[in-house]
Design a protein around this ligand. Structure first.
Ligand SMILES: *[C@@H]1O[C@H](CO)[C@@H](O)[C@H](O)[C@H]1NC(C)=O
Ligand SMILES: *[C@@H]1O[C@H](CO)[C@@H](O)[C@H](O)[C@H]1NC(C)=O
Ligand SMILES: *[C@@H]1O[C@H](CO)[C@@H](O)[C@H](O)[C@H]1NC(C)=O
Ligand SMILES: *[C@@H]1O[C@H](CO)[C@@H](O)[C@H](O)[C@H]1NC(C)=O
Length: 654
């Protein structure tokens, strides 16, 4: 029989806590006694003037200083370093695809088919009774033909967990007093904001508001996420929250949410902490405080100069890789073990806007980095289903009719690129990998990679070994910027500092992109809004991201999409695996299956109905955590009818 374990779901940060404290305690001492890596030599910045054709190569930047990794992670848990191609001819991606199948079948095996099963799955995974309204929630999900697996809602519990350590009156006051928000009173929404996103989110909530109690929902109006509460503070909220878990006896459970006064009229004497909105760039010092004390992110030196050729190495990626390919796509989005990414991502080097705070308050947003503390809603863009991002109803034709190419079109976003920082920008790095002219110059030693790396030897890329990268890549790659978005762009769209490296190309509508098999997806200023459209298409998304979204726990890497490391060092290896080389050793069928499985699954669990079901669950949980009676609130309809179901739980609060 199942027993109530300590809350079954361990939110990511706190779960790491125990590991980190032990490791950190041992390590911090060892650390300081170790001599630091060599300091970065002073490098002259590149002159900010238009360089001559194929400009002088910039000096290579030394590998970024960081603490010895073995002091931070369990060495036994570290994946082996490549070589990817084993002697027996098997490829690491073969194994990753098999693992993906297994992970997926374990996931769907947990499906709940009745309200009672769903409630027990809830208690098992969450360590509490379901929230009031759970029966209505189940009915809504069931009527909308949803696949109900408790794990699909993990993000909600990750996001809300620390709020169980914040007094409810503070959460309430924070939410109604924030500048942009949606109010719910008596099953009606209201807002004073007419920002497009607010209205889209309001529209989403309106579709389920008849099932919701009173609450106020503060919204992030910016592209970029904004809350980075120091790891130590989150840890302390989590400690406070840990005493709130448990299953009160059903007869003591209350099922009615508290009514709230009109916005602004309640919690008059409640004091909320002042927020200091930090506008600091680069973003890294803000990012790193969200990481645990012993982590590489906290220990690494701050990069202040982004003028040099970025150094790109898979060293910090090993924790989330198996023989050179991403094996843990959620860990791959975690910045705490990847301090080198501070110089490889526009969103960290120079975000368009920064307004961050250390204060934990309930702000909702559409996407966030692993270190951010927003509460995730499905992004407004997904709710709106804009054709620009989804391809409309066109999902692409049959696989066999598609070109064997990787296609990408987009704008050079990712942050505000400048003459002295564009080389580290992720979209620029990725686009440069496609340029066969450049590759030819590098291979003939007449030029050097300006902002990317040739494949590491361990990948044994055949074309590279034969000195034919340029030819090979031009056979299958069709990617380019449609606009350079530079800081000093002229009216004719030219940009003196990136013109030399990137020649803007014609745009391609989504439905035209779907004429090709492979659709890489790269973050922009924040998450990439095309992802859902790519998943639903008959093409195969190759996804590199640092962002978390509402749907992450529904998708399985190597089953529904191809995960790619944010350094893109695995890109050529991924393409060689699928396409083969000189007509040999490709895995076209595996690619087709993944594209079709991803499409079918997206049409099953990423529908607008699934967004409604997610948001309904989220807002019921949120309403509970801001209720003065939160520890006794719950849905126990099943236990009242059949008290014996509580026997399943060996210990519960009487
Ligand atoms: C919605 O908000 C506006 C502006 O604050 C207010 O005038 C109006 O009465 C509110 N409507 C409802 C239904 O609460
Ligand atoms: C991915 O990494 C996280 C964090 O270390 C871990 O909790 C999780 O179990 C890993 N997932 C897989 C599929 O290995
Ligand atoms: C990418 O490759 C295609 C085909 O070789 C080419 O047409 C396009 O201009 C290239 N884009 C970039 C940014 O180099
Ligand atoms: C490819 O790189 C070369 C050399 O850096 C540059 O001149 C050319 O414009 C690039 N091509 C495209 C299509 O971006």
């Amino acid at each position: 029989m199942a027993r109530l374990r300590s809350p079954g779901f361990h939110p990511r940060r706190p779960s790491s806590f125990f590991r980190y404290t032990i490791v950190a305690a041992l390590v911090i001492f060892a650390f300081y006694s170790l001599s630091r890596h060599a300091q970065r030599p002073a490098q002259p910045p590149i002159a900010h003037e238009a360089p001559a054709a194929d400009p002088d190569p910039v000096p290579n930047q030394p590998v970024f200083n960081q603490p010895p990794k073995s002091d931070y992670t369990d060495p036994d848990a570290r994946p082996e370093h490549p070589p990817p191609k084993a002697d027996d001819g098997s490829h690491p991606i073969d194994k990753l695809i098999m693992d993906g199948e297994q992970i997926f079948s374990n996931l769907v095996a947990k499906e709940s088919n009745t309200l009672g099963e769903a409630a027990q799955a809830y208690r098992q995974r969450r360590g509490r009774h379901p929230p009031p309204g759970f029966d209505e929630w189940y009915k809504f999900a069931d009527e909308n033909d949803a696949v109900i697996v408790e794990d699909f809602f993990d993000q909600i519990y990750h996001d809300l967990a620390p709020f169980w350590g914040v007094p409810p009156d503070i959460i309430r006051k924070e939410s109604w007093s924030f500048e942009m928000k949606i109010h719910i009173r008596d099953q009606e929404t209201n807002t004073t904001s007419n920002w497009e996103w607010t209205l889209l989110w309001k529209d989403m909530i309106d579709s389920i508001v008849h099932l919701l109690p009173d609450m106020d929902i503060a919204l992030n109006a910016m592209d970029e996420p904004r809350l980075v509460v120091p790891w130590e503070d989150i840890n302390s909220y989590m400690n406070t929250a840990s005493s709130t878990f448990g299953l009160p006896a059903p007869k003591n459970v209350k099922s009615v949410f508290q009514k709230l006064p009109r916005p602004g009229l309640g919690d008059k004497t409640t004091k909320i902490p002042a927020k200091n909105w930090e506008k600091k760039k680069p973003y890294w010092p803000i990012v790193s405080r969200g990481c645990p004390p012993g982590s590489p992110a906290r220990q690494a030196e701050m990069q202040s100069n982004f003028d040099l050729q970025p150094s790109i190495s898979s060293e910090n990626a090993q924790d989330h890789m198996y023989k050179g390919f991403v094996s843990n796509s959620s860990l791959a989005t975690d910045l705490c073990h990847q301090p080198d990414l501070q110089g490889l991502e526009g969103i960290i080097i120079n975000p368009i806007s920064v307004a961050s705070t250390k204060v934990l308050f309930p702000m909702f947003g559409g996407s966030k980095l692993g270190i951010n503390n927003e509460i995730l809603l499905p992004a407004p863009i997904y709710w709106k289903e804009e054709e620009r991002f989804t391809g409309g109803n066109n999902r692409g034709g049959p696989w066999s009719k598609k070109g064997d190419k990787a296609v990408w079109r987009g704008v050079a976003t990712g942050g505000q690129n400048m003459p002295e920082n564009w080389r580290g920008f992720h979209r620029h790095r990725f686009m440069a990998m496609n340029n066969s002219t450049k590759l030819a110059l590098v291979e003939s030693k007449k030029g050097r990679t300006e902002n990317f790396a040739m494949p590491e030897e361990s990948y044994h890329i055949s074309a590279y070994e034969e000195g034919r990268m340029s030819e090979w890549v031009s056979e299958w790659s069709d990617m380019g910027f449609i606009e350079l978005m530079c800081a000093t762009q002229t009216d004719d769209g030219t940009c003196w500092y990136t013109d030399l490296y990137f020649h803007p190309v014609e745009g391609l509508k989504m439905k035209e992109q779907f004429r090709y098999k492979y659709v890489p997806d790269i973050d922009g200023n924040s998450f990439s809004g095309r992802y859902l459209g790519f998943l639903r298409s008959t093409s195969l998304p190759i996804k590199a991201t640092l962002f978390r979204e509402w749907h992450d726990s529904r998708l399985v890497a190597w089953k529904h999409f191809v995960p790619m490391d944010s350094r893109f060092g695995d890109f050529y290896g991924i393409m060689e695996y699928f396409l083969g080389y000189k007509g040999q050793n490709g895995h076209d069928e595996a690619a087709e299956k993944m594209a079709m499985d991803g499409k079918a699954w997206a049409e099953r669990v990423l529908r607008k109905e699934d967004m409604q079901i997610y948001v309904l669950r989220l807002l019921l949980e949120y309403a509970r955590v801001l209720d003065d009676n939160r520890e006794l609130l719950g849905w126990v309809g099943d236990a009242l009818k059949d008290p014996s179901i509580m026997d399943t739980w060996e210990s519960f609060k009487k």
